[in-house]
Ligand binder design. Structure first.
Ligand code: GLN
Length: 494
């Protein structure tokens, strides 16, 4: 039962063939058996079973139930769930229990989903491998010596390893799409403004979006529909109707003009990724798509621009965690160095709390961002990066005047070995070379499985579209799913 899709389970639930309690017990057992993957940081079996039983009894009583009634959804530990530990993968928030639910959580509850634990992640969503978590790395279920991608690695693995049929993640520079690609599942970063971020612990507010992980496009559509839409509590959420993503899914899009960027293929790309993406392009051609080369000439500046914009916003967003109101407070903050004896105790307390609470990568970002924003440097770095960001967006506008979607690899390589890039931040940052521009431009991006390497590691195909084109992306991806069976592959887990 746990290898089913969410839509398959929903049909069985609605037909009365299975109860939510039975489903949830199956997933709890499996998650327990696969604990070594470290996909979950907290999973309260009793709380999960209580939610399932409550939905079952409403169904039995013939009461109306929501669109996800009884389906487990694993939640990245960056989203606030009232009263539940929400740690962001950080020592800083090790004991934090939010006093309210994030809007996406409110919507899942309204849809009668079962909140199925909190998933592991890179600390404060900064990373591409889920190795910067204070709670240890998450392992890739296809090869346990490999990373699952990041920062939403726990959510990707929860779905890939069939420990939950659905999961929520967040994507600031690729954190949904890249782990989806490396774990062989579907991951969607919606348009900036499509999903409310109220109650999402902020990393880089002009880039962050919440989105679904699922086994296939249908399930991703199901989950996106439940969480999308305007929210008065998030002024960046856009007041625009949410299409019924499921209704149109099996009708091919009216126009199938596919764009490819020659520089995104060939040299520099892992050869097996290159071959799988070229084969995927042929599948689209065979399905009637017209393929056209488009130019995204400023994409090559995406990674450097992102590593100024994102850290700048992070240095501001993370300033609140200093042990006074928010975050870990150091027990001992007595002066340690001669220069510290003249510093006020309050400031020493903040310094010690931040030194203890944050890990190395978060500290690196805070320093980078604070420097990029500092007087005399802002024009040279931060403001310059904003100009590049605009040029990247202009490139996409021009491309989408000619094509409906742009296809590319999601990640330049399949999953790499644990520890392989931890001491080389630039190599790690380059994992997001194909995903980062969508965040800078605010457009949606979808990653779907499109192959396996000879050693059995998943390869992902990225589909990018103009703002609010989620429906087109999903329908286009369905064309690929109908012609191939990559989305049905599962890791051979013991
Ligand atoms: N890997 C990128 C980073 O480290 C993106 C992370 C994300 O999307 N949250 O910032």
């Amino acid at each position: 039962m746990t290898s089913a899709t969410a839509s398959g389970l929903l049909a069985q639930l609605n037909a009365g063939a299975v109860t939510s309690e039975e489903i949830v017990r199956g997933y709890l057992d499996r998650a327990e058996r696969l604990k070594r993957l470290n996909a979950f940081v907290h999973l309260d079996a009793e709380g999960v079973l209580d939610q399932a039983r409550a939905v079952d009894s409403r169904r039995r009583a013939g009461q109306p139930v929501g669109a996800l009634a009884g389906l487990p959804v694993a939640i990245k530990d960056v989203l606030c769930v009232e009263g539940e530990l929400t740690t962001c993968g950080s020592r800083m928030l090790k004991t934090f229990r939010p006093p309210y639910d994030a809007t996406s959580i409110v919507r899942l509850r309204a849809a009668d989903a079962v909140l199925f634990g909190k998933t592991n992640m890179d600390e404060y969503a900064m990373g591409s491998s889920t190795e910067t978590s204070a709670f240890g790395p998450t392992l890739n279920p296809w090869d346990e010596g490999c990373i699952p991608g990041g920062s939403s690695g726990g959510s990707a693995v929860a779905v890939a390893a069939d420990c939950a049929p659905l999961a929520l993640g967040t994507d600031t520079g690729g954190s949904i799409r890249q782990p989806a690609s490396l774990c062989g599942v579907v991951g969607l970063k919606p348009t900036y403004g499509r999903v409310s971020r109220y109650g999402l612990i902020a990393y880089a507010s002009s880039l962050d979006q919440i989105g679904p992980f699922a086994h296939d496009v249908t399930d991703a559509a199901l989950l996106l529909k439940a969480i999308a839409g305007h929210d008065p509590l998030d002024s960046t959420s856009v007041d625009r109707p949410v299409p019924d993503y499921l209704a149109s899914l099996d009708t091919p899009p009216p126009s199938l003009r596919v764009g490819i960027v020659p520089e995104f293929l060939g040299a520099g790309l892992d050869p097996e990724v290159d071959a799988a993406v070229r084969e995927a392009i042929r599948v689209f051609e065979a399905a009637g798509a017209t393929v056209k080369e488009v130019a995204l000439p400023h994409s090559k500046y995406g990674v450097p621009a992102y590593y100024l914009v994102a850290p700048a916003e992070c240095s501001s967003n993370l300033a609140r965690y200093d042990g006074t109101i928010y975050g870990h407070r150091a027990a001992d903050f007595s002066p340690k160095y001669p220069g510290e004896k003249d510093i006020a105790p309050l400031v020493l307390m903040m310094m010690a709390s931040r030194a203890e609470g944050f890990g190395a990568e978060v500290k690196r970002r805070i320093m980078l961002g604070t420097f990029a924003l500092s007087a005399g440097y802002a024009d040279q770095f931060y403001n310059q990066a904003l100009k590049v960001r605009r040029l990247i967006k202009n490139d996409f506008d021009a491309a989408f005047a000619e094509v409906d979607v742009v296809l590319s690899p999601t990640s330049p390589t399949p999953a790499f070995k644990l520890g392989e890039k931890t001491s080389d931040p630039i190599a790690m940052y380059l994992s997001d070379i194909f995903t980062i521009t969508a965040n800078l431009a605010g457009i949606p991006g979808l990653s779907i499985p499109c192959g396996l390497t000879k050693s059995g590691l998943p390869i992902g195909l990225q589909l990018l579209g103009p703002a609010f084109s989620e429906e087109t992306l999903l329908r286009t991806a369905r064309v690929f799913e109908r012609a191939t069976d990559w989305h049905t592959k599962r890791p051979g887990l013991k």
